[in-house]
Design a protein around this ligand. Structure first.
Ligand SMILES: C[S@@+](CC[C@H](N)C(=O)[O-])C[C@H]1O[C@@H](n2cnc3c(N)ncnc32)[C@H](O)[C@@H]1O
Length: 183
C-alpha cells in the first residue's frame, strides 16, 4: 500500500483507503483529474473524512449531507478548513441547494436510487467530471454485486461516457467506483 497523506497545520494526515472510497480508488491507481481551481460538489459528505482530503486539493467543496447528527462533525471540519461549505440537504433535490457552481461532482450516498440521484445532480450542475461510488447492497441486497454493477453501468451509459470503473476491493467490500464525463 502506498502512503497518501494530506498536510494540515504542519502535520501529515493519512488518507485511509479503508475509511474513504476515494482513498481506496487512489490506492488502486485511478486518475481522478482533480485540479487546484476545481469547485467540488460532494454528495454524502458524512463527517467529512474524505471531504477534508479533497478540500486540500481543490478550490472549494460544497458538502451535502442529509443527516443532522452527522453534519455537526462536518461543521467542525469546515471551521478549520474555510473552503468547505456544509449543506444540510437531500441530494435528491439539487434545486434546494444554495446557489453552487461545480466543475467536479463526487457522490457517495448509501441509497437505493444512487444512479438516479447522480444523474439528476450531474444534469443540474454539468460538471467537467463526475465520480460515482456504488454500494451494491444499497441498490439491491439480494442480487449478486457484479450484476448490480452491470445494471448501474448500463443506466449510466445512456447519459455519460464512462472513463473508468474500479472495484474497490480489498479496501471497500462490494463497492464500484465510476468516473464519467458527459456524452
Ligand atoms: C457512506 S457514507 C459517506 C462517507 C463519506 N463519503 C466519506 O468518505 O467520508 C454515506 C452518507 O450519505 C448520506 N446520505 C444518504 N442519503 C443521502 C441523501 N439523499 N442526501 C445527502 N446525503 C445522504 C448518509 O447520511 C451518509 O452520511
Amino acid at each position: 500500500m502506498v502512503r497518501i497523506t494530506t498536510e494540515h497545520n504542519g502535520k501529515l494526515v493519512d488518507w485511509d483507503p479503508y475509511k474513504s472510497k476515494l482513498g481506496a480508488a487512489l490506492q488502486k491507481k485511478i486518475n481522478i483529474d482533480l485540479r487546484k481551481d476545481d469547485y467540488v460538489l460532494y454528495l454524502g459528505a458524512s463527517t467529512g473524512t474524505t471531504v477534508f482530503h479533497v478540500s486540500k486539493r481543490c478550490k472549494g467543496v460544497f458538502a451535502v449531507e442529509i443527516a443532522p447528527r452527522v453534519i455537526r462533525e462536518l461543521v467542525f471540519v469546515a471551521e478549520e478548513n474555510d473552503n468547505i461549505v456544509p449543506i444540510l440537504e437531500d441530494a435528491n433535490h439539487p434545486e434546494r441547494y444554495p446557489d453552487v457552481f461545480c466543475s467536479w461532482l463526487f457522490q457517495d450516498v448509501a441509497q437505493k436510487n444512487q444512479v438516479e440521484i447522480f444523474i439528476k445532480n450531474f444534469q443540474t450542475f454539468t460538471p467537467r467530471l463526475g465520480i460515482l461510488v456504488i454500494k451494491a447492497r444499497n441498490v439491491n441486497s439480494t442480487k449478486r454485486p457484479d450484476l448490480v454493477f452491470k445494471q448501474c453501468e448500463e443506466e449510466l451509459k445512456t447519459h455519460f461516457r464512462i472513463i473508468e470503473r474500479k472495484n474497490l476491493e480489498p479496501y471497500q467490500k462490494d463497492h464500484m467506483l465510476f468516473v464519467v464525463r458527459k456524452l
